[in-house]
Design a protein around this ligand. Structure first.
Ligand SMILES: Nc1ncnc2c1ncn2[C@@H]1O[C@H](COP(=O)(O)OP(=O)(O)OP(=O)(O)O)[C@@H](O)[C@H]1O
Length: 704
């Protein structure tokens, strides 16, 4: 069953991606029920291209699958345009079994989340006990009323007076009970909301802390799902669910106590159904925890698909893939539905059985209790009270089962959150040296080796960047130019070798300090929803919004340097112009306009080092001329690394460094490199000149 689960799920996950890369999986398996796919130990299966970690849950066991591949093999496939048989030693896969049984320490950790709300929760629990006591007083009072009525007393006036008195007291008690109930629900609800929001903040900051490589392996849908659904489930568990559970527990305890008080023998008969129900609850709880985890995983995959396709709707439409996307979504929903069916079956059976046991208690009490009334061992009032207590106990056992179900769902969600919150990033967000002086800006990449997911890309690269100099980094597409920029920004750490800033290994520097001195314009600039001004200020340090007397504010200087006046409404652009909204991901701006906002955002903090990854590629010739002029101006006294394809950008650099096969193959001025008769750079430029001279006949659709 377990093995079938793994093969079935893994297979459906892998099949859905349809990538032609093969993996060896060190897993035993049976046939996939859906497609008949067989998974044996060391069997080759179609798998994802990127390094991939998947966790699959069955019952109490989570399986962590680590899938890896070597890029060299992928490249071979790409070049030949067909799938090749991959040698056995080219892929590695491991599986690790992690037990996720509900442990007392985890329950304690779950409860510790409620620590900041302890006083509100204590108040709510106090109110809960009062309101529950009031509820538990009902059967007893009813019994008393009945006994007054059936007492056979001839003194009707006395009976009437007793009845009036009792009903008046009961009215007051019930009013207090109602108020307490309101207070309990209100306090529990607000503390639940507060716990959810605080958990969301913690989880979000854990996500923000992680290094970029981790994001490459983790789906956005899953993260969003953890942030929204899992946190809510945990928050609700610690408030409303605990409240309802405590109420049920109190009612079961008090009800059972009263039953024993009124008739121990009848109580024993009535409660004989409790032990089997409890055992059933334990088995059921384990099942629910497992299925919740699977459901949340499936939901995350579904959200990821929806998020990716909706945010790239123009590409979907341009290729008329609406129908295909709807089908893929429906397929994921179907998987979700199958899991939901399983859950519904389990929940339905459990609720049905607990309801049945509640009713069995009542029938047993009626049967034996009726006999006791007939033999005058019990009064009618006592039997009625007893019956009501039995009914309350029955209903509350149902309530306890629902509490247990929710608790297990909450534990499933909490373990997912802890995985995230406990993860220590490989590159910390802050901490390390923060030199007082501004850096000079001398950068040395020393014998750098770097690989993505075990696939070597940079192989012993050395590069020296001097302050005040502009170095153009050129090379074929995919040779690793952007990766070099990422290494300088310390988005990744090299496998070996060092990146030195003014002679200090950047791994010893505070990443916040380091990045505050680097301005970066990426190849595909990403803007955030908000105004032009807000987007520029996103790159600012502190005081870039305000200006010194008689001077323009730094953000405005940056905006003008990046030729943004026209985007904000012309030369005399006023405050309203700079408040122009850019839309989600900058969708209301053209590619070139987005690039200019990104340039302004990079230079607003007056960085010592400037990395421009094809920063002017989306600009028209005139804007490029203007921005280039501005960039030249602001490049003075800075270390500039320009990743460039355009000839004009390369020609204007002080030095050109050519990347090939993971190292710098050539270095020199443009003229020097072009003077080499059989140089790599010369061939590259000649090839590019040939391509540029060909008529363009393809159009790519950009999601702008
Ligand atoms: N996060 C990643 N995970 C795995 N592989 C990656 C990742 N990012 C880039 N790569 C791979 O690394 C190689 C180098 O990528 P990079 O973006 O550095 O190249 P580039 O020289 O800047 O390319 P281009 O000129 O086309 O922008 C490519 O083969 C790419 O597929």
């Amino acid at each position: 069953m377990l093995q079938r689960y793994i093969s079935k799920n893994l297979c459906s996950k892998l099949c859905s991606r349809q990538r032609n890369i093969l993996f060896n999986l060190t897993l035993q398996g049976h046939s996939c029920k859906q497609c008949g796919f067989k998974l044996y130990s060391s069997h080759k299966v179609q798998a994802l291209r990127n390094n991939n970690e998947r966790s699959l849950l069955h019952g109490n066991n989570r399986f962590l699958l680590k899938l890896r591949y070597y890029t060299s093999q992928v490249d071979t496939q790409k070049k030949n345009g067909r799938v090749e048989t991959i040698k056995d030693n080219t892929e590695i896969a491991t599986s690790k079994k992690i037990n996720v049984k509900l442990k007392p320490s985890e329950l304690k950790r779950l409860l510790s989340l409620a620590e900041p709300e302890k006083w509100t929760l204590t108040g709510a629990i106090g109110l809960l006990f009062i309101s529950s006591s009031v509820t538990m007083a009902v059967p007893f009072s009813l019994g008393m009323v009945l006994d007054i009525i059936y007492s056979g007393t001839n003194d009707l006036v006395t009976a009437r007076e007793k009845l009036d008195e009792l009903c008046l007291v009961l009215c007051g008690v019930f009013l207090v009970g109602g108020l307490c109930n309101f207070g309990r629900v209100y306090l529990m609800s607000i503390s639940g909301q507060r716990m959810t929001q605080s958990l969301r903040k913690k989880v979000f900051s854990s996500i923000m802390r992680q290094e970029p490589a981790w994001f490459g392996r983790t789906s956005t849908g899953e993260l969003v799902n953890r942030l929204s659904a899992d946190t809510q489930l945990v928050g609700r568990n610690l408030s409303s669910n605990v409240s309802d559970g405590l109420r049920s527990l109190f009612m079961v305890g008090a009800g059972t106590g009263m039953m024993f008080y009124m008739s121990p023998s009848l109580a024993l008969i009535g409660l004989c159904v409790v032990p089997p129900v409890s055992m059933l609850a334990v088995i059921y709880g384990r099942f629910v925890r497992g299925i919740t985890r699977q459901l949340q995983d499936a939901l995350a995959e579904t959200s990821e698909l929806a998020e990716e396709k909706i945010s790239n709707i123009k590409t979907v439409k341009a290729f008329s893939k609406e129908k295909k996307e709807c089908e893929s979504y429906a397929q994921r929903i179907e998987t979700l539905l199958q899991l939901a069916y399983k859950e519904s079956l389990a929940v339905g059976s459990f609720y049905g059985l607990t309801g049945l046991s509640g009713n069995t208690i009542i029938i047993l009490v009626l049967y034996y209790g009726g006999g006791m009334v007939a033999t005058e061992q019990m009064t009618v009032g006592n039997l009625t009270s007893f019956l009501l207590y039995a009914a309350y106990v029955g209903i509350s056992i149902g309530g306890l089962s629902s509490f247990y179900t929710e608790l297990n769902k909450g534990m499933g969600a909490a373990t997912r959150l802890w995985e995230l919150m406990d993860r220590e990033p490989k590159i910390s967000t802050s901490g390390g040296l923060r030199p007082k002086e501004r850096p000079k800006g001398e950068l040395i990449l020393e014998n750098i080796n770097f690989s993505y997911a075990g696939a070597p890309l940079i192989k012993g690269l050395t590069l020296h960047l001097l302050p005040g100099k502009n170095v153009a980094l050129v090379g074929r597409s995919g040779c690793g130019k952007s990766t070099i920029a990422s290494l300088i920004l310390r988005l990744y750490d090299p496998d070996s070798g060092r990146v030195l800033l003014d002679g200090v290994d950047i791994r010893h520097l505070d990443p916040v300090w380091l990045r505050s001195h680097i301005g970066f314009v990426s190849q595909e600039p990403v803007l955030f929803s908000g105004s032009i001004k807000e987007n520029i200020l996103y790159g600012a340090l502190d005081d870039c919004e305000t200006s010194e007397e008689g001077k323009e504010a730094p953000w405005l200087v940056a905006a003008r340097a990046a030729q943004l006046q026209e985007v904000a409404g012309g030369a005399g652009a006023g405050a309203a112009g700079w408040r122009r909204q850019v839309g989600a991901r900058g969708s209301q701006l053209s590619g070139g306009q987005k690039q200019r906002v990104a340039i302004a955002r990079a230079i607003v903090k007056n960085p010592k080092i400037l990395i421009l990854d094809e920063a002017t590629s989306a600009l028209d010739t005139y804007s490029e001329y203007l921005v280039d002029k501005a960039l030249k101006e602001i490049s003075r006294d800075r270390t500039v690394l320009t990743i460039a394809h355009r000839l004009s950008t390369i020609q204007s650099a002080d030095e050109v460094a050519v990347v090939g096969d993971g190292v710098i193959v050539e270095k020199g001025t443009y003229t020097e490199l072009m003077a080499k008769s059989d140089g790599y750079f010369k061939e590259l430029i000649n090839h590019q000149a040939f391509i540029n001279s060909q008529p363009k006949n393809t159009t790519d659709v950009q999601n702008s």
